[in-house]
Write a protein that binds this ligand. Sequence first.
Ligand SMILES: [Zn+2]
Length: 115
Amino acid sequence: MMIKCDRCGHEGDGEEFRVIGNVMCCGPLVFRACPSCGNPVICDRQEMREEVENTARDISRRIEAAIQCGDASQARELLKDLSFLNQCLNLDAISDYVREKKREINRLERASASS
Ligand SMILES: [Zn+2]
């Protein structure tokens, strides 16, 4: 299986790209580090893009749920996963969403600190 790094263009077979972890604790997607630049690569194949998009949607639902229950640390963790995923998708909509949710989580944390 060939993998291509979308930051530096390094191409190699899957063995070369060290696995650095799962995108979500139980998710099917795995991060691999580019041996050349260290960029986390998650799109092993083009057909995985759909899977990545589904995972991104799933994560954003869980972010909403975490914010609803006031769980700021959980929401922050999920947000980190989502911005990692977006290194593969490169969608402006997701970067905007991440920025917006970060602000929301900060407000949440301030609110729970003062109460
Ligand atoms: Zn690279």
